[in-house]
Design a protein around this ligand. Structure first.
Ligand SMILES: *[C@@H]1O[C@H](CO)[C@@H](O)[C@H](O)[C@H]1NC(C)=O
Ligand SMILES: *[C@@H]1O[C@H](CO)[C@@H](O)[C@H](O)[C@H]1NC(C)=O
Ligand SMILES: *[C@@H]1O[C@H](CO)[C@@H](O)[C@H](O)[C@H]1NC(C)=O
Ligand SMILES: *[C@@H]1O[C@H](CO)[C@@H](O)[C@H](O)[C@H]1NC(C)=O
Ligand SMILES: *[C@@H]1O[C@H](CO)[C@@H](O)[C@H](O)[C@H]1NC(C)=O
Ligand SMILES: *[C@@H]1O[C@H](CO)[C@@H](O)[C@H](O)[C@H]1NC(C)=O
Ligand SMILES: *[C@@H]1O[C@H](CO)[C@@H](O)[C@H](O)[C@H]1NC(C)=O
Ligand SMILES: *[C@@H]1O[C@H](CO)[C@@H](O)[C@H](O)[C@H]1NC(C)=O
Ligand SMILES: *[C@@H]1O[C@H](CO)[C@@H](O)[C@H](O)[C@H]1NC(C)=O
Ligand SMILES: *[C@@H]1O[C@H](CO)[C@@H](O)[C@H](O)[C@H]1NC(C)=O
Ligand SMILES: *[C@@H]1O[C@H](CO)[C@@H](O)[C@H](O)[C@H]1NC(C)=O
Length: 391
């Protein structure tokens, strides 16, 4: 009888252990949705247009499609269009598109299937001489670099990512590059900040490599514009985030969101962690904090994609400035990279990593099992003791 009880006690503790693990497993992986992603360059054109490439990615889900369009005609722009049809298509009238002045030259059809759209435009790069090391981005600004005037390389496609590099004349051998990544399912990038992405998001990594600074103590600022139709991205929320192995020492996540009529449902977002890296192989000592200004209405930078798609675009702009007082200047490594997600729906929420969860499960689970085991054993002994006199 005692042996039987012991066996069932061991069994139940095993069951308990498994349920703790499976609970943790489901809490961090969850139900993930998948999309089939296909990429085409310059849809409907046999060769590259002179003004810059246009990438079109279709991410098809069960009942909907996300169209990602990335273009370097004018300031680099990523446009996201969410449709409620799995057969919606993009058509481009190239003569009109390249004139960059006719709305409707790029269409997502049928137009009635469009649920939501928004775009991010990289409009300007600002540089200032931080002589007193105060990291005050309004001091001693150099004339800004307009990204629409850069010379952009052809898009370099590989799998589900595309690389675009450009430079101003004074960059010497340096360049500003944008790497777009598209995803079929949930996951994380290999390199920091390892943002959590879903099949509903795309990622842009921006970096400044080898640019000749105009002062020894130069710091940089990137001006971004969010463009939308009826529901533009108009407010930035800063949330607490978990500090774990994915983005060590960063406790916040910033989300520039578009909200519909009820402020609770978010239609689309730009999400980033307030950190940039001063080396291409990031390590903790090369992390540098960044700050953002409040979004405000702006006149749109010249972007072929925006002109071609939107009839009445609404534009909000904000500045992301890299580095705080006391942090090394750009000249120290001549490298700076920053990563952002553009997606539809609600932004992904970070959870604890599997490693942390396992540690927690073992840490909390083991004492519980010991307690249970102890309780059962005491109980068994008492019973055994109670039966003994009869024997
Ligand atoms: C993705 O493609 C696979 C095979 O081509 C197909 O079986 C699956 O149904 C597709 N999924 C979606 C969501 O379109
Ligand atoms: C594209 O636009 C041009 C100029 O507006 C027009 O002449 C041409 O017919 C259009 N092409 C198509 C395929 O619609
Ligand atoms: C667009 O620009 C082209 C030349 O770049 C010009 O011929 C045409 O008239 C312009 N169209 C509009 C509607 O402004
Ligand atoms: C897609 O949305 C449009 C407009 O919101 C609506 O008219 C249409 O019925 C929807 N289609 C489907 C298949 O849900
Ligand atoms: C830097 O500090 C000096 C001396 O305190 C001051 O005169 C100068 O205005 C400061 N420059 C900036 C850009 O703040
Ligand atoms: C394109 O990208 C691949 C991988 O990112 C790289 O190896 C290759 O050199 C690039 N090609 C050009 C022309 O830049
Ligand atoms: C740019 O690169 C060329 C060849 O790689 C080199 O000769 C030149 O010195 C470089 N210029 C600067 C400003 O670094
Ligand atoms: C992605 O978007 C689709 C359609 O809006 C939604 O059903 C799905 O839950 C979203 N997936 C994630 C992981 O957010
Ligand atoms: C960059 O820093 C190096 C060494 O720290 C210095 O020699 C050089 O003059 C600086 N260059 C610029 C453009 O400030
Ligand atoms: C939001 O409200 C406006 C009028 O206030 C209405 O025209 C529009 O359809 C509403 N949008 C949604 C998504 O409910
Ligand atoms: C970004 O900063 C520059 C320089 O301070 C300023 O001229 C510009 O208006 C700012 N842009 C936004 C969107 O706030």
């Amino acid at each position: 009888m005692a042996a039987e009880r012991k066996r069932s006690c061991g069994l139940s503790s095993l069951v308990f252990l498994f349920s703790v693990f499976s609970l943790c497993q489901s809490s961090f992986s969850g139900e993930t949705s998948r999309r089939n992603v296909s990429v085409e360059l310059n849809p409907g054109l046999p060769s590259s247009p002179p003004g810059g490439d246009l990438l079109h990615a279709r991410a098809v889900g069960d009942t909907d499609t996300l169209h990602f369009l990335f273009c370097s005609q004018g300031a680099p722009t990523l446009l996201l269009v969410h449709t409620n049809s799995s057969s919606s298509a993009v058509t481009v009238n190239w003569t009109q598109f390249e004139a960059r002045n006719i709305s409707g030259s790029l269409k997502v059809e049928p137009e009635s299937s469009i649920l939501y759209s928004s775009a991010i435009v990289f409009s300007r790069l600002l540089e200032y001489d931080d002589v007193n090391d105060t990291a005050d981005p309004t001091s001693d600004l150099f004339p800004p670099y307009e990204l629409q005037d850069f010379t952009w390389s052809p898009l370099n496609l590989s799998g589900l990512s595309a690389l675009l590099c450009g430079a101003a004349e004074s960059f010497a051998n340096g360049s500003l590059c944008l790497e777009l990544s598209l995803f079929e399912s949930e996951g994380r990038d290999q390199s920091w900040p390892r943002l959590l992405h879903t099949a509903n998001s795309s990622q842009l990594k921006v970096w400044l490599d080898g640019v000749l600074p105009r002062a020894t103590r130069s710091r940089f600022i990137l001006e971004l514009q969010a463009v939308g139709g009826v529901n533009p991205l108009n407010r930035v929320e800063v949330h607490r985030s978990i500090d774990d192995e994915f983005t060590p020492s960063i406790f916040k996540v910033s989300q520039w969101v578009s909200s519909g009529n009820s402020s609770s449902d978010v239609l689309g977002y730009l999400q980033w962690k307030p950190v940039a890296y001063r080396r291409s192989d990031p390590a903790l000592e090369f992390a540098t904090p960044c700050r953002h200004s409040d979004p405000r209405p702006q006149t749109a930078a010249l972007s072929g994609l925006i002109r071609g798609f939107y009839a009445e675009p609404q534009t909000f702009g904000l500045n992301v400035s890299f580095g705080l007082a006391g942090e090394p200047f750009y000249n120290s490594t001549k490298f700076l990279s920053w990563t952002v997600l553009l997606g539809s729906g609600s932004p992904p929420v970070d959870s604890f990593s599997p490693l942390v969860l396992t540690v927690m499960a073992v840490g909390l689970g083991t004492p519980m099992i010991l307690l249970l085991l102890g309780g059962v054993c005491v109980c068994v002994r008492k019973r055994a003791a109670a039966y003994e006199p009869i024997n």
